[in-house]
Design a binder for this molecule. Structure first.
Ligand SMILES: *Cc1c(COP(=O)(O)O)cnc(C)c1O
Length: 347
């Protein structure tokens, strides 16, 4: 039976019992075995495929909470700054709740699928001549001065919802994995996973990955003009910087960066070898393991089971997929020509 996330973990989420739950049946995503990646990395790799949430990213876990609470508190509108997935999710949950949705995205930098979603759900989409970090500053300012609820991950309800992914992993494995590998943008998700694992009295190693052109935490300084093909983690000044750093260091893990080329190679590998299509940002969690090897715990043990969080669906960003994939073969409508293309030399 499909259960709304808030109902599944109601005893661990602070939702007033009389609040109307705003849900699209998020969460309960599968952990998928990845035999080819496992072989390449040398550990049992499980993919927590968050792309199978209703709007195609993990943001829905936080959004069911944030919008449920906004509605319970009498809000009539919600707003967020977004690299795309928060916009798609906020737009869908606002529509579901009968609230106005407003999303501010960096001009020209948002993947086609995410823009399409926001528009179809009827949100007001504002394309900012600036980057995500500037969009977030403006949204913070607007919500201080106007009656509109902020649903970015600085909203604490978002992290409450997102911590449930850690519960699901432990419930399904009957205990924690040895390590968790995750892409890091604003740092909200890694912070939420750590919260979830701690509430279950567990502490897997957290291994976070940023993109080389947008790696403020790894470099220890803000990045003024973040650049990477992994648009969901194109963040120069993470909103949850300190929390993300503490989560990773308390776990005994590490945060590193990977290049766009490494991200794209891992993105293609997991799609073509293990059959799972994620968006480029997620592949940072795979590229990091391929590049740096497995993290080693304080006791010197190497993890045997590693969960990689695939934060969003590959269909979000068709343009990157089409430019990275193999060539399309065009043929005359003739059986021999097609046979040659299918079975002939070079096929
Ligand atoms: C939002 C997002 C991230 C980054 O998560 P943070 O909480 O900002 O660190 C990574 N991948 C995808 C697909 C996202 O949508």
């Amino acid at each position: 039976m499909t259960v709304p996330l808030i109902e599944r973990y109601r005893d661990r989420l602070q939702v007033p019992s009389d609040a109307e739950v705003v849900t699209l049946y998020e969460g309960s995503t599968p952990l998928i075995e990845a035999p080819r990646l496992s072989e390449r990395i040398g550990a049992r790799i499980l993919l927590k495929f968050e792309g199978l949430n209703p709007t195609g990213s993990f943001k829905d876990r936080g959004m069911t909470m944030a919008v449920t609470m906004a509605k319970a508190e009498g809000a009539e509108a919600v707003i967020c700054a977004s690299t795309g997935n928060t916009a798609a999710s906020a737009s869908a949950y606002a529509a579901r709740a009968g609230l106005h949705g407003v999303v501010i995205v960096p001009e020209g930098k948002i993947a086609a699928g995410k823009l399409a979603q926001s528009l179809m759900h009827g949100a007001k989409v504002i394309s900012l001549k600036g980057n995500f970090d500037q969009a977030l500053e403006i949204v913070r300012d607007l919500t201080e001065k106007h009656p509109i609820a902020l649903v970015n991950s600085i909203n604490p309800h978002r992290l409450e919802g997102q911590k449930t992914a850690a519960f699901e992993i432990c419930d399904e494995l009957d205990g924690p994995p040895d390590a968790l590998s995750i892409p890091v943008g604003n740092g909200g998700n890694v912070t939420a996973y750590w919260k979830g694992f701690r509430e279950y009295d567990t502490s897997p190693l957290l291994y976070g990955f940023q993109a080389e052109g947008a790696a403020p935490i790894v470099r220890g300084e803000r990045v003024e003009k973040p650049e990477t093909v992994a648009s969901a983690i194109r963040i120069g000044n993470p909103a949850r910087w300190k929390e993300a750093e503490s989560a990773i260091s308390e776990s005994g893990g590490a945060i590193e960066m990977v290049t766009d080329r490494q991200i794209l190679d891992a993105y293609r590998f997991v799609a073509s070898e293990d059959g799972v299509f994620c968006e480029p940002s997620c592949a940072a969690s795979l590229a990091g393991l391929i590049e740096y090897g497995l993290p080693v715990a304080d006791d010197g043990k190497t993890p045997e089971t590693v969960v990689c969080v695939l934060t969003g669906h590959g269909l979000k960003d068709p343009d990157t997929a089409i430019s990275e994939g193999p060539e399309v073969v065009t043929c005359e409508a003739d059986s021999e020509v097609v046979a040659d293309a299918v079975f002939g030399a070079g096929s």
